[in-house]
Design a binder for this molecule. Sequence first.
Ligand code: UDX
Length: 476
Amino acid sequence: MGEIQPKPHALLLPYPLQGHVIPFIHLATKLASNGFIITFVITESIHHQITRSKNQTNHYKEGGINIFAEARKSGLDIRYATVSDGFPLGFDRSLNHDQFFEGIVHVFSAHVDEIVGKLVQSDPPVNCLVIDTFYVFASPIARKYNLVNISFWTEPALVFTLYYHMDLLRINGHYDNYDKREDIITYIPGVESIKPTDLTSYLQTDPTTVVHRLITKAFVDIRNSDFVISNTIDELEPQIISVLRENQPFYSIGPILPTGLTKSSVPVSMWSESDCGPWLDTKPKGSVLYISFGSYAHTSKHNIVEIAHGLLLSEVNFVWVLRPDIISSEETDYLPTGYDRLIEYSGMIVPWCSQVDVLSHPAVGGFLTHCGWNSILESIWSGVPMICYPLLTDQFTNRKLVVDDWKIGVNLHDKRSVTREEIAENIRCVMSGKSSDRFKQEIKKVKKTLENALARGGSSQKNLNQFTMDVKKKIR
Ligand code: UDX
């Protein structure tokens, strides 16, 4: 008589930021569709943020995230739980990030340990931990409860491998070298060459901060994980991925996106969304530039003012997401005087929107982006070329992929400040003329690569199936 194989029951724990929560939610439905039982655990603070914003009826109803309720209706077993990160709800996590990051290691880890302890006794018990790579406490908890330890990397493989080989950067003197070294780096396994300015911001700057220590620790801990899954695609980063696989089982299962990109497939939103649809409907095809810097990067008042003038100079139509906290100072009045009047017919400024809806609208023909990885994948999926304006963390490295490797966008700047003339010139380059046609052709090819990877028999689909089989073997 054959032994009954336990079903994989995975506890998913995203990093508490919009850019991590979104791919984790899509991962949950992907794994559930592949036979996993999922318990999705989110911090009380993020739960509070997504449930208190207005216009959340699309995303959230009592009892959990809508997309999960829909998934349950179609027979998928997705459960939902919250856990305290150790700070009161009113605590400003982005303002006090060092304290918050310290708390993640010392306090949050204990709360996670506690909830995992409960869930290993659920019916059926949790037997896998799918945890964001940036959490430093995965392996002790997985070991303690005898769980399959799965790390989910939400960014490209190039960024992963740079962190993974941080020691090589240190030995060769390229670590913490902002503005000092210009020689090309050629010694990272699988990476033919990369400029020091294309390293993630954390690899370029002061390595003694709390975040640096966390990343270093996370990339020591990752070596203990059983499997790494990543929101990338084999065909987009072939050498890097094949070298990474020599060290550890690494499965590219991207792009992890809402496949339909319709309103109901936007899983959650941290802020109330403005509806840009009716305004976009009045604009000609491909005439609108969309501008957004993601959910937490900041820029300076100077750069905002230059972008505002660059938009006017370029005479383009635009939708601009200006989060209330977009500049790091307390100032709120940062746009040029009378700007509202100047852009009355050509521009729409909103605090937040459903990005996938805007990008997939036919009126949108370009994206001025901070190069967050989700934004890049969403832009490719919508066939919209990019103007790259990286601000923080992986965004500098992601820019290299978009501009230098895949040629589906332009560089707004290599320096950290911009001029209005540069902005206008780059907008024209992406939005009009032969250069625009070239970008559109190239992005169609990259989009096709993404579609093929997800199709039956495609690389991401095969990797997901292999991953599922390997997890099942490990559980037994
Ligand atoms: C962060 C990092 O900055 C990013 O570099 C990393 O790859 C993931 O974590 P974030 O800065 O928020 O994420 O950028 P991004 O990865 O682009 O994610 C933003 C998400 O918010 C996207 O899914 C986007 O669709 C959504 N969004 C953004 C909206 O729905 N509305 C908006 O107005 C802006």
